[in-house]
Design a protein around this ligand. Sequence first.
Ligand SMILES: Nc1ncnc2c1ncn2[C@@H]1O[C@H](COP(=O)(O)OP(=O)(O)OP(=O)(O)O)[C@@H](O)[C@H]1O
Ligand SMILES: [Mg+2]
Length: 259
Amino acid sequence: MNNDLVIQNLRVNVGDKEILKGVNLTVQQGTIHAIMGPNGSGKSTLSYTLAGHPGYKVTAGEVWFKGQNILTLEANERSKLGLFLAFQHPVAVPGVSVANFLRAALNAHRAVPGKDPKETSIPIAEFRKLLKSGMLFLEMDDKFARRYLNEGFSGGEKKRLETLQMMLLKPGMIIMDETDSGLDIDALKIVSKGVNHLLNPEIGALVITHYQRLLDYIKPNFVSVMMEGQIVQAGGPELALKLEEKGYDWVREEFAHAS
Ligand SMILES: Nc1ncnc2c1ncn2[C@@H]1O[C@H](COP(=O)(O)OP(=O)(O)OP(=O)(O)O)[C@@H](O)[C@H]1O
Ligand SMILES: [Mg+2]
C-alpha cells in the first residue's frame, strides 16, 4: 500500500449549490502537487471536504488514501490516518496554550483503542524536547508555546504554528490552503523550510496557492488548475509560470471550447 491520495469524480454541495463538479486528481506519494485557480473556483471547498468539514456535503465520488475511502471517516480518523490540512484561516482557541494543544494533538494520534492513554502518551520530557527543536528550527520564540492558540497571532505566526504542528505529527499527506497568504518573505522561507524538511518519498503534498512565489520554495512536480469546480488544466511546474505571466483568460477560453 502507498500514500497516494486519489480523488475520483468528487462532487460537493455547500447548501443547495454544487461547488465541486466532478474533481479527479491524484497526488502521488513523494510528489508535490500544486492547485491554482481563480477566486471562488472551489479550492478551499476541496481542502475542507478532504479534511471532513461537516458543512460540505459530498453528493458523489470517492477519495482513497491508504486503502480507505476517507469520505466514510470522521475528521479525526482522517487526521489519524495521516492527512494534515493547513487551513487558509486557522481558528483561535482562547484558553488553550500552544504547547497543550500540540501535546493533545500528538497524543490523540498515538492513542490506541483499548489501551490506557497513559501508556501511549508521549512522555512530557520527550514532548518538550521535540517542541523545542521544532520551534528552534522554525525560529520561533520560546514564549510562543505558552500563548493561547492563534489568539492575537499575526498571519506569519499562525502559519508557523501550523508548520510546527505538521512537523510534530509527521503526516503522510499534507494539504496546504494558501499557506503563503500574508507571509513576509522571511516567514515564507521558514515555513517552506519546515515543509521541505518534512517531505520524503513517502509523503505527498497538495499545495493550493495563487502565486508562483511559494512554488519557488516548495517546488511542485505537478500543477493543476481548478475552475468552476473542476480540474481544467494539468501540467508541470511550467504551467504555474505560464499562469503567472498570462493569467487565467486562456484557460477559460480552452475550457469553454472543451465543454
Ligand atoms: N460555507 C459556504 N457558504 C456559502 N458559500 C460557500 C461556502 N463555502 C464556499 N462557498 C462558495 O463556494 C465557492 C467556492 O469557494 P472556495 O472558498 O472553495 O473558493 P476558492 O477557490 O478557495 O477561492 P479563493 O481563491 O478566493 O480562496 C464560492 O462561490 C463560495 O462563495
Ligand atoms: Mg480558498
